[in-house]
Design a protein around this ligand. Structure first.
Ligand code: UDP
Ligand code: MG
Length: 303
């Protein structure tokens, strides 16, 4: 399954290359998920579906995001296993053969890890490194650096996946969390064939925040530790100030230090409130139990 958001420039070359690389001795279904694209993506996809009966499509009523597009693919996949990959050929389709080999060896989830990073921009490379460092520090599951949303999943894992109803999905953490027999292969990402990255800075930050808050409450616990540390420091300073006042004939003066410390602690307080707010906001949205995506159009039930 392939999530597509404004990929009209890439989709046809992607499809041609994909079909060229699919092993002949298996039956395939190609599910293209149009994530509320604003360009001609849906038309391209429909054309492909008309030409090729193996192509199915799902079109969302608006942009619901990459992870939800993947969810739609997982929900509708009907095969013994499913492979998800990007529409921009950054995930090399020739690896599908290796995925299937690993699957036939008995692995239920085959991940892919991006190794050589020369083809992805500098900004992406460093932000991704820092992100995985922080994520692994905070979260309770081990997520390998460079993990991509390019993987094979066995039917029995897909069936389990339907029991998950979380709104904020972070598959890179969810799959390692699920267990089963997992393995990974490494790959070198190609350059994007056409178009631009659909992960804007804002989307990346949101994605990172979901990753951080989905697998651990450590950020909350750390705020308690930080609070205790500062309370201790403040208390020590208080004792010092009182002693100075009682036993010497000078008093600690300083309007500046007072204002600076008030602002400093005010800032720390606001950050901690923000962390709590982040969890609370997620709880609020999860509690509404809204669907992850709305389908506007699809040819799945016609098949
Ligand atoms: N994508 C999507 N919805 C979005 C953003 C991205 O379906 O809101 C798709 C996009 O079309 C592509 C895949 O997710 O197939 C990965 O996005 P992209 O290649 O832009 O990310 P990058 O490789 O730069 O991290
Ligand atoms: Mg890409």
């Amino acid at each position: 399954m392939i999530p597509c958001y404004n990929e009209e420039a890439a989709i046809e070359s992607f499809y041609t290359e994909l079909v060229r690389q699919l092993p002949d001795d298996y039956q395939f279904e190609i599910i293209l998920v149009d994530d509320g694209s604003k360009d001609g993506t849906l038309n391209c996809i429909k054309n492909l579906a008309e030409q090729d009966e193996h192509v199915s499509y799902i079109s969302f009523s608006r942009n619901f995001g990459h992870q939800n597009a993947l969810k739609a693919g997982f929900d509708h996949a009907s095969g013994d296993c499913a492979i998800c990959m990007d529409a921009d050929l950054q995930h090399p389709p020739e690896l599908i053969k290796t995925f299937i080999e690993k699957w036939e060896e008995g692995h239920d989830i085959v991940h892919s890890i991006r190794t050589d990073e020369s083809t992805i921009g500098k900004r992406k490379k460093y932000s991704s490194k820092v992100f995985y460092k922080i994520l692994n520090h905070f979260s309770d599951v081990e997520i390998q650096s460079g993990m991509a949303d390019f993987r094979l999943i066995d039917r029995k894992v897909l069936d389990q996946l339907t029991n998950f109803s979380e709104n904020f999905i972070f598959y890179r953490g969810l799959f390692p969390w699920m267990g089963f027999r997992q393995t990974s292969i490494s790959y070198v990402a190609n350059e994007r064939i056409a178009g631009q990255t659909k992960y804007t800075f804002g989307k990346m930050v949101r994605f990172a925040s979901i990753g951080l808050t989905s697998f651990s409450v450590k950020p909350l616990r750390y705020s308690i530790y930080l609070g205790l540390l500062f309370a201790f420091l403040a208390f020590t300073y208080l004792i010092y100030a009182v002693l100075v006042y009682l036993f010497t004939d000078w008093a600690i003066t300083g309007w500046t230090s007072l204002v600076v410390s008030i602002m400093f602690f005010g800032g720390i307080n606001l950050i901690m409130l923000g962390v709590i707010g982040e969890y609370l906001g997620k709880l609020f949205i999860e509690s509404k139990r809204r669907p992850n995506y709305l389908v506007a159009e699809s040819n799945l039930n016609k098949r």
